[in-house]
Design a protein around this ligand. Structure first.
Ligand SMILES: [Zn+2]
Length: 458
């Protein structure tokens, strides 16, 4: 990880040993307490970067530092939870579960009281055992990816401790703005659905904001969201960068010195920023998101009162019929190197486990913050159809905050509509992630489980 001296040079961020902590007045019988902290997680040396198959070499420098941040919340009854956000593509379950165990052991938080969520920046390091089919790494480069993930684990445990230690009495309020640079990327062409720009396709342009002020009325932390891939920078970018979300967080921390700004991505599986392709555009989108957040903060917001409740459950999501050994052996001869690598990975799994499991153990986390905010945090790259459907199906849709890339970033999670249409999110991406397509029944199984999760935190 980068040394603290580098972080101290970043303007507008008051930091000590790469850590941000806010303080407020004396404690007492207060409805809410909150604390936030941040650590710089920029890789110390060049590393293979995440999210694009097109890259041919490791990173060549740093354009914007990456951070992991923690927001600790506590209600009047003493019920706590910690939201961990990171400028990273996303961890698979094995990594979040390993860290969650250490956090539980050290800080006494239950699994449902810890939320991991990721900005899904494609300008960060590749993550261990995630999308490895996509990357042309040699042994040393794979070892560097492994070492990076290993090095992060104790740092997350420390980060949670810092946020818990920083908890002070606060007031919480919630509001929502809008930003319009996200565009649906599924474009129908003669050959089928391709990744492009589809202004007619569904999107979620809302910008949810949780505002946290101390007893003096000073903004000490803010949690904000948007539903859009952090892919303004493309596969030709070799500079470490948090993309638009990194820019927005940095700008907000400069506008509100001493406050920690944390970003959560939404159900952004089929949403890309538009236009895209340059550092200038990442800057432009980040500043427009920051401006949308500032506009929300300048208005009177909904005060949050009541209890903090959290719940995590697992749905067994159905995949389609797994490929047979014979089919995989045939695919080992495919002209496409990714199809070959995918077949080899599944054959190895078949040898190890004796069969390919036709379901996926899928985490769904629901969090109620008082009576007027409900966070539904789902694993993987969830498509926007689920956000739009949930808004229609729940009571008080104005309180809903849908968060994707949470707890386990392992595959795309398409709706039935998209599964039927085909294209990257339905089919091709499953090769890179090491799966085969979902069953068409998956959406209904998932929706039922989400509703059960919501009922648990009522
Ligand atoms: Zn993605």
């Amino acid at each position: 990880m980068r040394s603290s001296s580098r972080t101290l040079l970043i303007p507008g961020i008051v930091s000590l040993a790469c850590v941000l902590i806010f303080c407020a007045g004396p404690s007492g019988d207060h409805e809410w307490r909150a604390g936030a902290a941040a650590i710089c997680i920029t890789p110390e040396k060049p590393i293979w970067m995440a999210g694009y198959a097109a890259r041919t070499q490791p990173s060549q420098g740093v354009a914007l530092d990456l951070y992991a941040k923690a927001l600790a919340l506590q209600d009047r009854r003493g019920r706590r939870m910690v939201i961990l956000t990171s400028d990273l593509l996303g961890f698979p379950a094995e990594l979040t579960e390993a860290i969650a165990k250490k956090i539980s052991a050290r800080h006494g938080l239950q699994r449902d009281e810890i939320l991991f969520t990721f900005s899904h920046t494609h300008g960060g390091p590749a993550i261990r055992n995630s999308l490895s089919i996509m990357y042309a790494t040699n042994e040393q480069q794979s070892a560097d990816i492994e070492a990076y993930a290993e090095g992060l684990q104790p740092r997350y445990v420390e980060l949670v401790g810092q946020a818990l230690a920083a908890m002070r009495p606060v007031q919480l309020s919630f509001g929502r703005g809008q930003a319009d640079f996200g565009v649906n990327r599924r474009l129908l062409q003669e050959q089928g659905y391709v990744i492009g720009v589809n202004p007619q396709g569904p999107v979620d342009h809302s910008v949810p904001v949780l505002k946290i002020v101390n007893e003096q009325g000073t903004l000490t932390a803010l949690l904000f969201g948007y539903t859009c891939h952090n892919t303004t920078l493309q596969g030709n970018n070799y500079l470490i960068h948090g993309d638009y979300a990194g820019v927005a967080q940095k700008d907000l921390q400069e506008k509100f010195p001493g406050a920690v700004a944390l970003f959560m991505n939404g159900f952004a599986g089929d949403t890309n920023p538009h236009p895209r392709g340059t550092l200038e555009l990442a800057q432009q989108h980040g500043l427009s998101l920051s401006a949308a957040v500032q506009a929300v903060l300048s208005r009177p917001l909904q005060s949050l009162h009541g209890r903090l409740k959290s719940h995590i459950r697992y749905a067994e999501l159905p995949l389609s019929t797994p490929p047979t050994r014979q089919e995989l052996l045939e695919k080992k001869q495919d002209p496409n190197k990714y199809v070959r690598a995918h077949a080899e990975q599944l054959l190895a799994l078949l040898d190890k486990k004796g069969k390919l499991d036709p379901t996926y153990h899928y985490p769904i986390q629901t969090i109620q913050v008082g009576d007027s905010l409900l966070i539904v945090a789902l694993a993987g790259e969830v498509l926007v159809d689920y956000a739009l459907r949930l808004q229609k199906e729940i009571e008080q849709p104005g309180r809903l905050w849908t968060v994707g890339y949470s707890n386990d970033v392992f595959a795309y999670v398409p709706s039935r509509r998209v599964l039927e249409e085909g294209g990257y999110e339905a089919k091709d991406s499953m090769i890179y992630y090491g799966w085969w397509p979902w069953s068409l029944e998956m959406e209904e199984v998932l929706m039922k489980s989400i509703h059960r999760g919501i009922r648990q935190v009522r």
